[in-house]
Design a protein around this ligand. Sequence first.
Ligand SMILES: Nc1ncnc2c1ncn2[C@@H]1O[C@H](COP(=O)(O)OP(=O)(O)OP(=O)(O)O)[C@@H](O)[C@H]1O
Ligand SMILES: [Mg+2]
Length: 408
Amino acid sequence: MGKKGNVIVGLDIGTTKTCVIVGELTDGGIDIIGIGSCPSEGLRKGVVVNIDSTVESIRKAVEEAEKMSGCEISTVFAGVAGSHIKSQNSLGIVAVKGREVGEEDVDRAVEASRAIAIPVDREILHTLPQSFIVDDQDGIRDPVGMSGVRLEAKVHIVTGATTSIQNIAKSISRVGLEIHGLVLEQLASAEAVLSPDEKDLGVALIDIGGGTTDIVVYAEGSVKHTAILPVGGNYVTSDIATGLRTPVTEAEKIKIHYGCAYTPLIPKDEAIEVPSVGGREPREVSRQILGRIIQPRMEEILNMAMKEITKSGCDEMLTAGVVLTGGTALLHGMPELGEQIFNLPVRRGLPTGVGGLKDVVASPMYATGVGLLLYGSQNLDREILVRIDRSIFGNWIGSLKRWFLEFF
Ligand SMILES: Nc1ncnc2c1ncn2[C@@H]1O[C@H](COP(=O)(O)OP(=O)(O)OP(=O)(O)O)[C@@H](O)[C@H]1O
Ligand SMILES: [Mg+2]
């Protein structure tokens, strides 16, 4: 943790909103001192598709956060998402020098695990140690000091497409900001909404935003699986617009005010007024009908998430159940629908673990933003993941080959 009085900034460039959260490092942790948020224009499904619009959104959110916090923002921890992200588990094996495992052996074993075939157009974003094996003893969290001759590191590796990462980095550097680290969004969200007990027991975090659904499974305190699905709450809004023949902006309002993902929770005789398109009279529609548009789409998204978790072999690990976060987790009836689909306890995850203006960020929409602060504060002294090298014609990925190691 850094010095008291230092400021740390999280930048979440989401498909629907870009938000900047400013925290002050204190003796007890992090106090939120400012936030700026503005609608995103330049992203599709978590990926930057228009740099100019993205730059504009970041600039506005940063200005707002600077005004509120009274701080000048120069460096940020930023989130990365999108279906270009891939992950895999890997094993690194080394001989132990001196018959007792030292920190340097651990570093070498983790480094060895990174020797996997990665296509030239991809970069490693995270190298997350899961557990270690010393000689034949499996499941060791911290092998330092143990006697043995052979050390194996089980590691979860996350990679992303170089061009997609470059486009995020370019957008941020055009605003004149430096990137302290790029963090996979669900790893950030997990820091803000999951408890250490849940991570130990086994839990799936599903962050359902506007354009993506980001998944991370933890068990035995470490990351077992990560995945990103290119679906989110915006699909629900378009379904409502089509189903009720109303403009998308009205569909969004209707979803937020009257939407429900689980029809048994909707009173039978409630009706809502739906504005029509083309100057026609507004109509009355029952809330049950609205629910019957929303529920199948949310079922589809949650079933896709479950299939992904089952495919990875992590479905048996979820003793602590499932946590839903991201803006779409606010939809009425989501935990109830989730329990039906997963057959496990399901709760909504709101960001916790920060002080100061914590009420302002107490929404699942800010899980990633707050999580970036928490993740960043734990990794302040580590190697910088991505460095901007402005000297080479704005070619931003410097010689970033000093790898960033993250430990539990
Ligand atoms: N009260 C609410 N009820 C239902 N849905 C909501 C509510 N508030 C926000 N949403 C939905 O949440 C989504 C935005 O969530 P969030 O801010 O987490 O997304 P994002 O981070 O911008 O996008 P992504 O993570 O997918 O790139 C939108 O689809 C929005 O309609
Ligand atoms: Mg998001």
